[in-house]
Design a protein around this ligand. Sequence first.
Ligand code: CMX
Length: 132
Amino acid sequence: MLKKVNHIGIAVRSIEEAKRFYELLGAEVEGEEVVEEQKVRVAFISVGETRIELLEPTSEDSPVAKFLAKRGEGIHHIAFEVDDVEEALRLLEEKGVQLIDRKPRRGAHNTLIAFIHPKSTNGVLVELCQEG
Ligand code: CMX
């Protein structure tokens, strides 16, 4: 079911500031986009097949703003690519895994995404994502 790590999300206060580090390493920061539903601005850095997603909150009630206030900047989530998010959610729910999203929603770059609660995943916020 898991195809690969699609991206690793890092919560930052400012994408403008954070991207300087990656640019020092010769990486290109691309695909800046605001995901209104999640109240975040995102930007991606490709590293081989995987990407780093920088996440900056766009409002104080964004989940990323809450995370920054509580824990400061750092790794926020890991996103696994699957063929069919809806099917994965169904299977996990059947097994009693605590879901945040019971139905997929739209993520950055036209993906379908759903989050699994860190209480069911050893303290790591897990995103399932489906391309296209
Ligand atoms: N990673 C690991 N644990 C996390 C976490 C994270 N990113 N965010 C919160 N938690 C933990 C908290 O530490 C807390 O643990 P304790 O109960 O042990 O203290 C628990 O989860 C509850 O956290 P909270 O601060 O009370 O916050 P909420 O319950 O309001 O929300 C969560 C937590 C994960 C349900 C919420 O942040 C959420 O729905 N996240 C998914 C959506 C999201 O993050 N979107 C932004 C990304 C957008 C994108 O990639 O496109």
